[in-house]
Design a protein around this ligand. Structure first.
Ligand code: NAP
Length: 551
């Protein structure tokens, strides 16, 4: 009989204990940050000497904790640091749970590995004496846990069934390294069919979804770090990210799920924007980074995108409402949409790339639509900078013929402007100009990269990563100074930093400048409006990006 959790999912901060004072400070900071419970990992603190004082100081730490706590002493064979004797370890649990002395109290839970508990009758008996299977304030509960730091364990089902045989356990915990987004679905199913409170987490970048969506599937708790631990525990969010960015406390069974699909996506600003928008308008939805690795060839790329998206869309309990799609999947999205019979809007079909997927349901059937919000976002940003509000009849220098350059060249032509395309690899520029001309009838053309300095355009647009903070040439000017004439409009698609070397130089030359941030916010707003049917809160979006970029 599946178990239904009525209590809210707890936020737990794991603390690797080295000394009492710093562990208590960390627990107080966790409490102040909004966590509900701390996990004291005493693998390095408990020496395992067998001396009474060794266990007594663990009991003291637990009793002085400003937050309820889980007491864990993880052995080396399960990914921890404790390499002492198991009997000594269990004696420490006994001292902390039932051998209490004046004023001490027990931890809320102790965590014991299923493998140890299964292996030894003696250990099981002793552990059972430390814990109470009923939920009571004064006594410790047992968390039976199982971890795999490499991948999904082949015997996962056996492990879960084995946990269920042990009546003494109050909570079950399964954590393994997720190999792809699809592993999260199996974790959600474990939660949905749990027979008692359960923790089911995917470790690593692919498992973030299982951590953030824990309340949607009724998990007992999720872990979050106090500080950014992306280097040591990839995929584990901070308490602040969980509570503020992802609005964890408002996630419930009915929450719709959106995200950004790409590789890499962990540093994308899109979750900040969309979650802030959902929060502002009180929409029951959450937006997550959704990494899907790129393939070695376009065919491999299509295959991995298709497999993951169809699983996410097909898994009803997830309420997947759609996603933003970024590098390297924009072109794949159009190809797989055609193959799967999803609706591709006319402009995405013409461009051959899409950055948005939306899912609606009719009588239980998923209706999937894809479109491109990059092109209209860029064109609107430029129109806004013109006196007339129109770009019809203007000559637009598009620098770059990749995904962004392609979308913008088509968008400009459809708005009545004439694009001139410059690209380092001129053959690509020529091909794009030809495609735009034949699809729209506008006399788009390409010119040599070296010819840019002598070219005259009403509007210039950088669609390469030149000038980007972490890009190939952060100080480079994508467009030569000689081309920047007074009165021209210059837009950079790069938005880190907000003022790129190109925009600085263009300002000096009296050009009207348009920041890449403007396009970024507008393309997100078009997605938001398509998903929610509500106007995007533009000021909230801009504030979220500016806060993330620090200015
Ligand atoms: P992409 O498909 O990989 O294309 C990259 C383009 O940049 C190609 O034309 C490439 O030329 C050119 N390029 C790369 N390195 C270069 C270098 N060292 N010197 C000269 N040209 C170089 O990428 P994309 O999706 O078009 O993105 C391009 C830029 O647009 C990125 O910086 C991205 O952040 C930005 N963007 C911004 C927004 C927004 O909302 N603001 C949206 C989408 C994209 P070759 O063909 O010769 O390789």
């Amino acid at each position: 009989m599946p178990y239904t959790q009525f209590m809210a999912t707890l936020v737990c901060v794991p603390i690797m204990v080295t000394d009492e004072a710093s562990a208590l400070r960390a627990a107080a900071a966790a409490r102040d940050a909004g966590a509900d419970i701390a996990e004291f990992r005493v693998d390095d603190y408990f020496a395992g000497t067998g001396e009474a004082e060794d266990a007594a100081r663990v009991a003291r730490l637990v009793s002085r904790s400003p937050l309820p706590c889980i007491l864990t002493c993880r052995p080396t064979w399960e990914g921890g640091h404790y390499d002492g004797d198991d009997d000594v370890r269990v004696a420490m649990f006994e001292r902390a749970c039932v051998g209490l002395q004046g004023g001490e109290h027990a931890p809320r839970y102790i965590d014991v590995e299923l493998a140890a508990y299964d292996r030894s009758d003696n250990l099981r008996l002793k552990v059972n004496l430390c814990v109470d299977p009923r939920e009571r304030e004064q006594s410790a509960g047992l968390i039976l846990s199982s971890h795999d730091f490499d991948s999904r364990p082949a015997d996962l089902t056996r492990r879960v069934l084995s946990m269920r045989c042990h009546e003494a356990s109050r909570v079950h915990k399964v954590a393994f390294r997720a190999r792809s987004l699809r592993d999260n679905i199996e974790l959600f199913e474990l939660l949905r069919h749990a027979d008692r409170p359960m923790i089911a987490l995917g470790m690593g970048e692919f498992g973030l979804m299982s951590r953030v969506l824990a309340p949607k599937f009724g998990a007992f708790l999720t872990f979050a770090s106090l500080r950014d631990s992306s280097a040591t525990a990839p995929g584990q969010p901070t308490v602040a990210q969980l509570l503020e960015t992802y609005r964890f406390r408002s996630i419930r069974a009915s929450t719709r799920v959106y995200g950004v699909v790409g590789w890499p996506v962990s540093h994308s600003l899109s979750p900040r924007i969309h979650n802030a928008g959902f929060g502002e308008l009180g929409i029951d939805a959450v937006y997550l980074p959704m990494p899907i690795a790129g393939g070695a060839t376009p065919k491999d790329n299509d295959a991995s995108l298709k497999a993951t998206l169809t699983d996410l869309i097909g898994y009803g309990p997830l309420d997947f409402g759609g996603c933003s799609v970024t590098i390297p999947h924009k072109e794949s999205l159009v190809r797989i949409s055609r193959e799967l019979g999803w609706e591709v809007d006319a402009s995405a079909a013409m461009i051959g790339a899409a950055n948005t997927l939306m899912v609606s349901r009719e009588g239980g059937r998923a209706i999937v639509r894809v479109f491109n919000s990059d092109a209209p976002a860029a064109i609107e940003s430029i129109k806004n900078a013109t006196k007339s509000g129109s770009i019809a009849g203007l000559t637009i220098g598009v620098v770059g013929a990749g995904g962004a350059g392609r979308a913008i060249a088509f968008g400009a032509a459809m708005a009545g402007a004439t694009p001139i395309i410059f690209n380092r690899d001129h053959a690509r520029a020529r091909e794009l100009a030809g495609a735009v001309a034949s699809a729209t009838g506008v006399p788009a053309r390409s010119e040599a990269w070296e010819g840019m300095a002598g070219a005259s355009c009403d509007v210039w647009l950088n669609c390469t990563p030149l000038g980007m903070k972490s890009g190939p040439a952060p100080e480079a000017l994508a467009i030569p100074e000689a081309a920047l004439s007074r009165g021209a409009i210059v837009m950079d698609t790069v938005y880190t930093p907000r003022e790129t070397p190109l925009l600085r130089k263009a300002r000096e030359h009296g050009c009207t400048v348009v920041e890449g941030l403007e396009m970024f916010v507008r393309q997100a707003a078009l997605q938001f409006e398509a998903w929610t049917g509500m106007p995007a809160p533009m000021e909230t979006f801009r504030r979220a990006v500016c806060e993330s970029l620090g200015g």
